[in-house]
Design a protein around this ligand. Structure first.
Ligand code: SF4
Length: 289
């Protein structure tokens, strides 16, 4: 049999794996999902949330917003971008854009790194991320990580606090961001992470970091990776938390129900927008190690 056509069931011991907050989150949510999505690389034609059409519209709107925000931060004049937002068939985009333009003055200070890709070793693997925006204040050796969230429901602080993204992004900026700070790693206390919500522009959620949290993050990430490495083909078990399956495309495959959960209750942004299910390094202008 042609071995290249056999789907793997465990991590390849000969190949480093490119971990991201999204893949680690999938593992934390459900080991089976991690295996299906990242090890077996199995696409499954099911909606993540319902109504299906609204969910697709929501994902596309989120992607268009991210593009507009990126262009504005890269210096494209705001007037044509405003026209694009106003002409969008989805009226919510114009409202999101208006909210974002009110935030823009706060983003003008310091140095802006837009869609910044960073990568650092994680054991024998790599940990990578693409940041919506990192705002660096060189004189203070300080950095603010911004992440745009377009979910319809505003996620709770406790939920965000428990997400791997909140742990990975500051950790990786310390690990791989010294070139942004005159050659010195940022001190964890000098990093702030802000989730900004397109639908709730006046209620951003801010997280600060600390040396203790940074050390704990490193230990937690390595523990997760070692756990994944140690799993055999049958070790990637389905989550016992069946409510997790409501927003998972593999529901029917796992016999965990046919209908998707309601879009209005989904706290994360869905697959198309998490952006890191598979990082295409050719698409990233600036990956630093
Ligand atoms: S449907 Fe449930 S058990 Fe299956 S992969 Fe998704 S989250 Fe895991």
């Amino acid at each position: 049999m042609d071995q290249s056509k056999v789907r793997r069931l465990v991590l390849d011991p000969a190949e480093p794996f490119a971990f991201s907050q999204a893949s680690l989150q999938d593992y934390a949510d459900c080991a089976r999902r991690f295996q299906l999505r990242y090890v077996q690389r199995l696409s499954w034609p099911a909606a993540q949330a319902e109504p299906v059409q609204e969910n697709e519209q929501h994902l596309r709107r989120g992607a268009r917003f991210h593009r507009l925000a990126q262009q504005a931060l890269l210096g494209v004049p705001l007037e044509p971008l405003a026209q694009i937002a106003a002409a969008d068939p989805d009226p919510a985009l114009a409202a999101w854009w208006e909210h974002f333009t009110r935030l823009l003055p706060a983003l003008e200070a310091g140095e802006r790194r837009v869609e910044l890709g960073l990568s650092a070793p994680l054991g024998r693997h790599r940990l990578s991320a693409v940041y919506d925006l990192v705002q660096v204040f060189p004189a203070e050796g300080r950095a603010v990580i911004w992440d745009w969230k377009t979910s319809l429901a505003r996620p709770r602080r406790a939920w965000l606090e428990g997400r791997l993204q909140t742990l990975v992004y500051p950790y990786l900026l310390v690990q791989a961001g010294s070139w942004l700070n005159g050659g010195q790693p940022f001190a964890p206390e000098q990093i702030e992470m802000v989730y900004w919500f397109t639908g709730f522009p006046d209620k951003p959620e801010r997280f600060t970091c600390s040396a203790a949290a940074y050390r704990k993050a490193g230990r937690s990430l390595m523990a997760l990776v070692r756990e994944i490495e140690a799993l055999g083909p049958d070790g990637f078990e389905k989550t016992p938390e069946e409510k997790t399956c409501r927003f998972c495309v593999y529901r029917s495959l796992c016999e965990r129900g046919a209908g998707a959960g309601p879009l209005a209750e989904q706290e994360d942004e869905g697959e198309a927008e998490s952006g890191e299910i598979e990082i295409d390094f050719d698409q990233i202008g600036e990956i630093r190690y």
